[in-house]
Design a binder for this molecule. Structure first.
Ligand SMILES: Nc1ncnc2c1ncn2[C@@H]1O[C@H](COP(=O)(O)OP(=O)(O)OP(=O)(O)O)[C@@H](O)[C@H]1O
Length: 216
C-alpha cells in the first residue's frame, strides 16, 4: 500500500445558478512522508477545493483519493491527517490552550495540557495560552490552529494559506517550524498558498491554474 497522501485524476465542478464552475479539471498530486509541498495558485485556481477533496470534506466528481491507513477519504484520524483550515476552525468557547489540547486529549496523549502548552510555545504563543480566540489577533488564531494540528505529530498536515495572516517575520518562523517538524517527525506537509515566500521553504511546488496542474 502507498505511503503517500494522494489524489489522482480529480475533477470537481460546482453549479452556480445556470453556470457550471470547473474547480478541478483532472488534478493529480501526491505528498510523500517527510516532504513539504507548496500548492501555489491564484485566488480561485482550485487550491481549497483540492485540499477539501484530499481531506474527504468534498467528494470529487471523478478521480481517487487515497490516505495511508484510512479506509475512505474523510475517515482518517487527526493523527493521520491534521488540518489547518482557511478559517482556522477554533472553538470560540475554549481557551487557546484548550483548543490545542483537544486533539491531544482525543489521541490519548498522557498530558494533553502540557503538550498544548509546548505546541503553543513553539509557535511563540505561550503567553496567550489562557486567552479566548476572540481575544487574540487573526494571525495568532492562525498560529493556534497550526499548533493544534502539530500537537499530535500527525503523519500528514494539510494547511490552507497558513501564513495568510502573518507578517514577514512570523511567516519565516512558521515555515521554519514546519520544515523542522517535517525533518524530525517525517510528517508530509501540503501547504496551499499564493505567497511566493512559501516556495523557498518547500521541497517541491505544484502550481494550479484554473483547476489544472501547470508546469514551472
Ligand atoms: N461551494 C462552491 N460553489 C460554487 N463555486 C465554488 C464553490 N467553492 C468554490 N467554488 C469556485 O471554484 C473555484 C475554485 O475555488 P477554490 O476555493 O478552490 O480556489 P482557491 O484557489 O482556494 O481560492 P482562494 O485562494 O481565494 O482561497 C472558484 O472559481 C470558486 O469560486
Amino acid at each position: 500500500m502507498s505511503t503517500a497522501l494522494r489524489g489522482t485524476g480529480l475533477h470537481k465542478s460546482y453549479r452556480r445558478g445556470s453556470e457550471e464552475v470547473h474547480a478541478l479539471r483532472g488534478v493529480s498530486i501526491g505528498v510523500q512522508p517527510g516532504e513539504m509541498v507548496a500548492l501555489l495558485g491564484r485566488s480561485g485556481s482550485g487550491k481549497t477545493t483540492l485540499l477539501n477533496c484530499l481531506l474527504g470534506w468534498e467528494v470529487p466528481d471523478t478521480g481517487e483519493v487515497s490516505v495511508p491507513g484510512a479506509a475512505t477519504p474523510g475517515s482518517a484520524a487527526w493523527t493521520t491527517v491534521a488540518v489547518v483550515p482557511q478559517r482556522f476552525g477554533l472553538l470560540d468557547e475554549l481557551t487557546l490552550a484548550d483548543n490545542v489540547a483537544m486533539p491531544a486529549r482525543l489521541a490519548g496523549l498522557p498530558d494533553p495540557h502540557a503538550a498544548a502548552l509546548g505546541a503553543l510555545e513553539t509557535l511563540r504563543l505561550g503567553h496567550l495560552a489562557a486567552r479566548m480566540p476572540d481575544e487574540v489577533s487573526l494571525g495568532e488564531q492562525q498560529r493556534t490552529a497550526l499548533a493544534r494540528a502539530l500537537v499530535v505529530a500527525p503523519a500528514f498536515l494539510v494547511a490552507d494559506e497558513p501564513t495568510g495572516r502573518l507578517d514577514e517575520d512570523l511567516t519565516a518562523h512558521v515555515l521554519g517550524t514546519l520544515r523542522e517538524h517535517c525533518a524530525h517527525t517525517g510528517c508530509g506537509v501540503l501547504l496551499a498558498s499564493h505567497d511566493p515566500v512559501v516556495i523557498a521553504s518547500a521541497d517541491r511546488v505544484v502550481r494550479l491554474h484554473d483547476g489544472v496542474v501547470v508546469p514551472g
